[in-house]
Design a binder for this molecule. Sequence first.
Ligand code: MGD
Ligand code: MGD
Ligand code: SF4
Ligand code: MO
Length: 708
Amino acid sequence: MNEIAKTETFYGACPHDCPDTCSMLFDVKDGRLEGVRGNPDHPMTRGGLCVKVKNYEERHYHPDRLLYPMKRVGPKGSKQFERITWDEALDTIVSRWSDIIEKYGPQAIAPYSYLGHQGLVHGLNGGDAFFNRLGATVMERTFCGEGSCTAWLLTLGPTAGLDPESYIHSKYIVIWACNSVSTNLHHWAIVKDAQKKGAKVVVIDAYASRTAKGADWHICPKPGTDGALAMALINSIIEQGLVDQDYVEKYTLGFEELKERASSRTPEWAEEITGVPAADIRKLAYELATEQPAAIRMGVALERHYGGGQTIRAVSCIPGLTGAWRHVGGGVTQFPVWEHPYKFDVICRPDLIPEGTRVVSNLQIGRALTGELELDPPIMSMMCWNSNPVTQAPETDKIVEGLMREDLFMVSAEHFISDTASYADILLPASMGAEMEDMILSWGHLYLTYNTKCAESPGEAIPNNEIFRRLAARFGFEEENFKWSDGECLEHYVDWSSPACEGADLNYLREHGYWRLKVGTPDDRAPHKEGNFPTATGKCMFMVEGAKNFVAPPFRQMYEAFQPGEDLDPLPDYIGPRESHTNDPELARRFPLNIVSPKSHAFLNSCYANMKDKQHVQGEQFVLIHQADAEERGILEGDRVRVANDRGAFKGVARISEDVRPGVVVATLGYWRQLNEGTVNSISSPKFGDMGHSPTFSDNLVEVSRAN
Ligand SMILES: Nc1nc2c(c(=O)[nH]1)N[C@H]1C(S)=C(S)[C@@H](COP(=O)(O)OP(=O)(O)OC[C@H]3O[C@@H](n4cnc5c(=O)[nH]c(N)nc54)[C@H](O)[C@@H]3O)O[C@H]1N2
Ligand SMILES: Nc1nc2c(c(=O)[nH]1)N[C@H]1C(S)=C(S)[C@@H](COP(=O)(O)OP(=O)(O)OC[C@H]3O[C@@H](n4cnc5c(=O)[nH]c(N)nc54)[C@H](O)[C@@H]3O)O[C@H]1N2
Ligand code: SF4
Ligand SMILES: [Mo]
């Protein structure tokens, strides 16, 4: 080890909730992070980081960083805090929680976390195990991908599917509801390379996103109607005689039933619903079946409407029909995470949940806090870490109303005084990326990625897991997992004896930074060439008899894993959006515009939206609106507009654009409420989609008007 004042380089991993999970190099001098780089050796990172993280050191030492434990000294939400010691902070928490437990029982305490840090140790663990042991309410985390997971598992089982790196071998690439340029940049680079080699790139998106603009063909269905498009593709593939009969017979189940179901879902029928010309649907069906290897990359956004789960089932059937799975570079990609050997039962300890503990959805936290959900006992305390529901969860106004409750004891562990942390009674400063050891989960590639603790935490910040270790000690929890060091956690959290890890252990990761799982290489991997789907039948399930809804692991605890919910349709089909002119004409009369609220290019959810340089790249909150809709409302380019429905309102600047179709507006996510007037989630519905309690962020009607 070299002494001070010499720059040393360590392996890092981007901890953000991003499919790329970049392998990084941290340059550290004197315990301080001096700079970051993408690891040039990593086959997906390829030496580059995105605009968000390229100067990650500036986030570490940002002047607004939360450095000390604090207590609230002004009214709730006033952001008046005073520094206290860790002892005072933890003693206060233990004493307030003990009182609440005595009076109301432990379920009156609610944890609220997500993947603000995506590490196995500081993201997924700690909190869950601790709160399960405490007997707190279980907070179901179905922000992202849960409808998609349910649909995927029903159809194909827990397979990583098509390797994102194999797209270099694809001849035809469909990116469906994914804005890769902003949200999956390192996959986009591979897609671009394939395009240079002659592959055709098709983007199916509700507006002309950056990615759609880089495609050879942009198909633009109305938001939430993708299920109709997918069913019509199935119809047309069958009608045009393009089914790989041999593949279907050997490796799929339910073809006749699917054929029957799809028979009336013609391209003309879908044109009516989606606005995509029938001729285009036929052409897409033809090309998808004949230009092999054909790849489909489904974005998380595909699930964000009422029928999202059914849509993803339908899309997941397509490569089974065409036989695309036969080829390296053919098939469909959802989350490659399914073949990562993580031990979620050890990480989250669902076995510690007392029987009969209630489950509340993180999408309905506003209703839970305000009492609209009628919980007994009511939620009397919430602890939030790794998440910022006031910008990110639906019904923001209700969340704020709930957080303003004088009788609610609110704890936030954070890097910054976020919109949610603003309402805390106790603030706890959390360590950041380079300041803690971890392995970062990736849901977007097939590598394990290691992060070295190489910089000192500024002030008195400590890692999330240390916060829970200290709380567990104060509560006298004896389970050994509460005593493991971060390194010991990693030893326990990964199934190092699994075939995918053959040749690797934690030391290997420490020395090399990343490890490609042994599940074939991008150049030879065709996992379902001969079926081998990890479903109950080993087949691709076009039809699932007795299908039931469920909330799937691994992005949350396994408490409810595979426990059956309500009956589902045995076959995929189109379910229209809940808030639409067809389904709810009365609502549509008052709120005629369909809003889509995707990710911002320069923010990572709400992270970075407080940083000047990112604000500069991203620009102010905008609302894309078509000329026809703008004219009808007397809105001019650059006008300040108010976007509203019965749930709330936010403001932004009108951008009149051909990138959106009439009837659709787009406003990206992440802008802080404390820096703007409202957020896009002021108007979002807390209702679930059809599967996995998924969100319905793309299923909201609004009206837009001039604000001044
Ligand atoms: N309208 C609309 N809403 C959406 C979506 C959408 O597309 N449209 N997308 C949804 C999706 S996909 C997701 S994943 C969710 C994301 O929702 P959230 O996970 O709530 O997203 P963030 O805003 O990034 O919040 C993460 C917070 O954790 C903090 N944090 C980061 N690292 C650490 C750490 O190590 N320790 C602690 N204690 N805190 C840390 C950050 O400072 C930040 O405030 O939002 C959902 N909301
Ligand atoms: N820059 C940046 N990158 C991110 C994030 C971020 O906040 N910023 N967040 C990370 C997270 S948590 C996630 S989950 C991923 C998400 O990554 P993506 O799935 O790419 O998420 P979005 O950008 O929300 O949506 C992608 C596209 O889907 C479109 N879309 C929305 N609804 C529909 C629909 O009903 N039909 C169709 N066809 N298209 C629709 C949107 O217009 C958008 O262009 O990104 C990750 N990466
Ligand atoms: S946010 Fe995504 S693309 Fe950017 S550095 Fe992190 S993992 Fe890579
Ligand atoms: Mo997400």
